[in-house]
Unconditional design. Sequence first.
Length: 99
Amino acid sequence: MDALIPANVIIGDRNYRIKIEPGKEEIVRRTVKQINDKIIAFKTQFAGKDMQDYIAMVILWYATNIQEKDAPSPLPGELAPALKTLDDMLEKALETTAG
C-alpha cells in the first residue's frame, strides 16, 4: 500500500488537512470542487442560512445522488417487453422505408 500524502482542502470556508492515497488526489479535489460549487448554488437559492445549513443540504443532495446510482437496474424480465416493443417499432419503420 502506498503511503498517504497530506492534502489541504477547503470546504465551506474551512480548511481541512487530510491524508489521501496518491492516486486518489485528483478524485478528492474534484469532489471538493463539486461540494463547494453546490454550496455556492444553495447559497444563491436559499439566502440567509448559515454555512452548516448549506453543508447539510449538500450532504443530503450528495447522498441522494449516490442512492439513485445504487438503485437496482430493471430486471431482464421487466426489460424484455420494452425491448420487444422497441424492436417491433424499428422493424415497422424499416419496412416502411424499404418498401
